[in-house]
Design a protein around this ligand. Structure first.
Ligand SMILES: NC(=O)c1ccc[n+]([C@@H]2O[C@H](COP(=O)([O-])OP(=O)(O)OC[C@H]3O[C@@H](n4cnc5c(N)ncnc54)[C@H](O)[C@@H]3O)[C@@H](O)[C@H]2O)c1
Length: 356
């Protein structure tokens, strides 16, 4: 991907951000540190979240307006706004994406783009109709370790691919208020693994199967799962296995292994630093990262750089609409498999994805 040079003379990209929660503040911080971005609006219902942001970043001093969701039309009517970041809970995505595109804004939206396939399709069709960029935040594609892994897979270094194994265990366990409106573990969590496995392999599965379990009473009570195993078979013959969990006591555990006829590539187990203690009891390292915000910090910076490049016309969007739709279809098939206890076959003939 092209990197822009300091001193690029293209006009700055002027943003509105909806949602100042866990992920919204990460993106806000990255925009704040980006000389090519200016934040015109922050839209948030919660006084607490708004005050936290106001105090921490002192954005009002540089002309940012803080408004409530009920005043959101100001954003859509303001011709100065080039791009909208949608970082609200998932149920609010579709409406905000549609309104932003209809009013001519580029959109960066957190995953998933909408609560269901039809909603995602509407958003992608609108991006096409209004000819505006729409990027779904599959941030793992922008992680330097995973990018390098993909480049080496693509170079043929490990030969014909036979197996991909990923492990995604969350930490800390998300609050049940979040889980209730998350869309469920398949659409909220598994989508990241599904996306980057398909992206690495360059294909979509033809057959999927999943088991799911709830070990936490609060997660069981909302009809969701906290621990999931996934298997996928791809047209090339490659297989994939995903191990997902909402809570690992030892930290935010993210690992991947890609095995092929000429060897294996692995990535993961990253730690804040490489300090090791060697004593009579053995050798210990510092714990792995404690949350997504720290583990994927660099990927969030990279994806925002990329989105700004897309809005400025320097790069093509690196996350294709067809792959966003394909990921949603796969996640639904996996949920169906877990809930109904069967293997689900995926038919791509009527809707062939035409890119990643
Ligand atoms: N890519 C990633 O790594 C990643 C990580 C976490 C969350 N997410 C996604 O980001 C989205 C938000 O998750 P979160 O963890 O930041 O949630 P959060 O609950 O921490 O924050 C959401 C914020 O949006 C505000 N909000 C609610 N409705 C709004 C509206 N209509 N307009 C403006 N603000 C509104 C809430 O008050 C809250 O402050 C979800 O869709 C989630 O799937 C992605």
């Amino acid at each position: 991907m092209a990197k822009t040079q300091v001193g690029d003379s293209l006009p700055e990209v002027r943003f509105a951000i909806f949602g100042l929660g866990r992920i919204g503040t990460i993106h806000l911080n990255n925009l704040r540190n980006n000389s090519r971005a200016r934040i015109l609006y922050c839209v948030e219902e919660s006084e607490e979240a708004t005050n936290f942001v106001k105090k921490k970043w002192r954005l009002e001093e540089t002309g940012t307006s803080f408004i409530k969701p009920s005043q959101k039309d100001k954003v859509f009517q303001d011709e100065r706004v080039d791009a909208v970041l949608v970082c609200t809970p998932t149920f609010a995505h579709e409406e905000l994406v549609m309104k932003s595109l209809e009013s001519g804004k580029a959109v960066f939206c957190e995953k998933p783009l909408a609560l269901n396939y039809e909603g995602i399709k509407q958003c992608i069709n609108a991006a096409e109709k209004y000819q505006r960029p729409l990027m779904c935040a599959f941030n793992r594609r922008f992680d330097s370790g995973l990018r390098s892994l993909k480049e080496r897979v693509d170079s043929g270094e490990i030969g014909k691919l036979q197996m991909v194994k990923t492990c995604s265990r969350d930490h800390p366990k998300p609050p049940v208020e979040y889980l209730k409106i998350s869309g469920g573990i398949f659409h909220d969590c598994a989508v990241h693994d599904i996306d980057y496995i398909c992206w690495i392999l360059g294909e979509f599965p033809v057959s999927v199967s999943s088991f799911a379990q709830n070990n936490f009473e609060d997660i069981k009570a909302i009809g969701d799962f906290d621990t999931v195993s996934i298997m996928m078979k791809f047209p090339s013959g490659a297989l994939a296995v995903v191990d997902l969990c909402r809570h690992a006591v030892y930290g935010y555990d993210q690992r991947v292994e890609v095995f092929g006829s000429n060897g294996m590539l692995t990535n993961g187990d990253e730690r804040p630093n490489e300090l090791k203690a060697h004593t009579a009891k053995g050798t210990t390292s510092v714990p792995i990262f404690g949350a997504f915000s720290a583990r994927y910090r660099e990927s969030y910076q990279n994806e925002m750089e990329h989105f700004i490049n897309v809005v400025q016309g320097i790069e093509e969007c690196g996350v294709a609409g067809s792959s966003i739709l394909a990921v949603s279809k796969i996640a639904s098939a996996l949920e169906e498999s877990a809930r109904q206890g069967k293997t689900v076959t995926l038919d791509w003939n009527t809707n062939v994805p035409n890119g990643f």
